[in-house]
Design a protein around this ligand. Structure first.
Ligand code: AG3
Length: 292
């Protein structure tokens, strides 16, 4: 009779977990590990999972998966783009995987798409192992700058219509991207009617982190800040928050239906009703937003 350990060896099961707390997290069965690197900024892993396809991990945290990245990347781009009356020049801070610029590239009315990513290794890994996001760099409108987004926005004035902050969680290399000083530089870099959107965590596991971003943005944008939600199963709690600061009209009440119709793009998550609905917040989240 084979022993238990023998059976374990010929039928290995390899699972990856991201822990949200000491007692809760998300687990994937792994088909294979495709890539691992310690860059100057973080550890990068790309794994192939049975249920969600390829997954990029940064410092062991799920950044995106092949199966549900469309939700995040459509929502971080379409909401500000269709809320803005006439967006032309866009800046992305972070977003090294290319998913955000891939989506921006579909909006053919844009003049320029600039991305400032601090870690070139993320770009290289995404191009090679997750071409479904890395293909974003194939668009010639995309100008990729390897550098520090915090420094980049410092002396910019009236330069962009929309700034998208597609960062990792608010610790490690991304910490400064959630600060008040950064958001006020972002505000100066925006033109009239300008909009900033930042990925801003979730109200279940990270209410304080979520509110750090929201409150700092509120200070910089004189309370002209709205939050919107998207449902992303592989992020902590599955309910993801985006903080949006605006210089012009309220984003939840602005939607360029003409541009939306003329463009006639096929989306898998975003649509006209989602644009309105995503700003509807549950009571417990409103409470967090009033109290923290
Ligand atoms: N950036 C936000 C990922 C946050 C997920 N957090 C976590 N798993 N703890 C995603 C980058 C995609 N372009």
């Amino acid at each position: 009779m084979p022993s238990f350990s023998w059976r374990f060896i010929i039928n290995p099961e390899f699972w990856f977990s991201e822990k949200y707390t000491d007692s809760c997290g998300i687990t994937f069965k792994v088909r294979s590990v495709l890539y691992t690197k310690e860059s100057d900024f973080q550890r990068i892993d790309i794994i192939d999972t049975y249920d969600y396809g390829r997954v990029m991990l940064l410092d062991g945290l799920v950044m995106y998966t092949e199966k549900d990245e469309f939700v995040y990347h459509e929502m971080i781009t379409c909401v500000p783009l269709f809320a803005h009356p006439n967006p032309k020049d866009i800046l992305v801070v972070g977003g090294g995987d290319g998913g955000t610029v891939r989506e921006l590239g579909r909006h053919t009315y844009l003049n320029s798409i600039t991305e400032v990513e601090i870690d070139e290794s993320v770009v290289v890994a995404a191009k090679e192992y997750t071409p479904f996001t890395g293909c974003g760099y194939d668009n010639e409108k995309v100008n990729l700058i390897i550098g520090d987004g915090i420094e980049f926005v410092k002396n910019k004035n009236n330069a962009y219509d929309i700034i998208i902050i597609d960062s990792t969680d608010p610790f490690g290399p991304a910490e400064g991207l959630f600060s008040g000083e950064f958001y006020s530089n972002v505000k100066n870099a925006l033109r009239e009617d300008g909009i900033v959107v930042a990925q801003a965590e979730n109200p279940y596991y990270d209410p304080k982190w979520m509110m750090r971003s929201v409150n700092n943005m509120r200070k910089a944008f004189h309370n002209n800040v709205e939050c919107y939600l998207a449902y992303i199963p592989t992020y902590p709690s599955g309910m993801w928050n985006f903080a949006l600061g605006y210089k012009g009209k309220k984003a939840s009440e602005s939607f360029d239906i003409k541009r939306y119709k003329n463009l006639n793009l096929h989306f898998r998550y975003y649509n006209k009703n989602i644009h309105r609905a995503c700003f509807a917040l549950p009571e417990f989240m409103k409470e967090i937003m009033q109290t923290i």
